[in-house]
Design a protein around this ligand. Structure first.
Ligand code: FMN
Length: 180
């Protein structure tokens, strides 16, 4: 079974998009689609890196561990909030930290916002950065709108049938890339 890493990108106090990361971990495992774990950028609490990991003289252990987990994953789902139409600095910090780890890695975007559009505007800039670094950006997207009301704190969706239907199409597309 493939292993999927889920990056939870928001480090904000009172963040809500983390609920979507919790949902995907449970969903992937419950449906037997993949094993999954969460790379929680809030938990890592990384400093703002001043160089790529491969060029750092004394990398911190948690950054090396993060790199190893991205490297080993069959695919990565990035759960990102939309901030001012873009993706958060916490996420740019770890995209730029790595290089070869991203190359040819299937990476899919799950965007979240507290409005009705579910972070549709964040996709353009994030997909461009991922393409630029050589990741295989999966064209399927997942959007979580009104995220605070649509998912509870444990990641349980209010409309489970609808969310699972959308998640199934999204994950199947990721798995096609993993196979390819
Ligand atoms: C700095 C900042 C900028 C934001 N910009 C947007 C935005 O451009 N579009 C949007 O739909 N929501 C925006 N939001 C609201 C987020 O969608 C909301 O906080 C949501 O819960 C996802 O982020 P979170 O995981 O940090 O909670 C913004 C929030 C912050 C803190």
């Amino acid at each position: 079974m493939p292993h999927i890493e889920i990056i939870s990108a928001s480090i904000r106090v009172g963040r809500q998009s983390h609920r979507v990361a919790l949902f995907f971990k449970k969903f992937l495992e419950a449906k037997g689609l993949a094993t999954a774990s969460i790379l929680d950028l809030k938990e890592y609490s990384f400093p703002l890196f001043d160089e790529r990991l491969s060029k750092q003289a004394n990398p911190i252990a948690s950054a090396t561990e993060f790199s190893g987990r991205v490297n080993k994953a069959a695919a990565v789902i990035i759960v990102t909030p939309e901030y001012n139409g873009g993706y958060p600095a916490s996420l740019k910090n770890v995209i730029d930290l790595l290089y070869s780890e991203w190359r040819r890695k299937p990476v899919a975007i799950a965007a979240a916002s507290d409005g009705q559009f579910g972070g549709t505007q964040v996709v353009t800039s994030l997909q461009f950065s991922l393409w630029k670094i050589g990741a295989l950006t999966v064209p399927a997207r997942f959007h979580a709108s009104n995220v605070g009301e649509s998912y509870d704190e444990a990641g349980e969706p209010a409309d489970k049938a609808l969310v699972e239907k959308l998640a199934t199409g999204f994950v199947n597309e990721i798995l096609r890339y993993v196979k390819a």
